[in-house]
Write a protein that binds this ligand. Sequence first.
Ligand code: RB5
Length: 148
Amino acid sequence: MTALTRVVISSDHADIPLRRTIVAHVKAAGCEVTDIGPETGVSADYPKHGQAAAQLVAAGDCARGILICGTGQGIMMAANKVVRIRCGVCSDSFSARMIRAHNNSNMLSIGARVVGVGLALDIVDTFLSTEFEGGRHAVRVDMIEPHS
Ligand code: RB5
């Protein structure tokens, strides 16, 4: 993570306060943040928010993306439908490190009803600070393509 890293952050209605906490935390770490909402806790469709964030990453407008829904699962599934997106759900920091180091994930998804705030922020820090190891992992990541 560098000071110039642009990160898109989005969620559904499951936990707007957690998203705002993550936005403030990532900004404080020196990243530029594009927060695409939603603004209120009114029921929101996680596929729309996940795919809107994924489009910004896939287009290169943002280097990384962070998603939040109740479990982290639905919004992750939606994001991964976008070509060039590799999004993993993490409920622990080890997984957050590995989806970067081995899978070159460009998006992270968090379940707001699964992890507490402190762990969520550690997962975010780990995801943003871990570099892809490349090498043999690059060959495998290249094999991850949409299949019919
Ligand atoms: C919303 O209630 C919930 O279904 C959503 O946040 C998410 O957990 C879906 O995967």
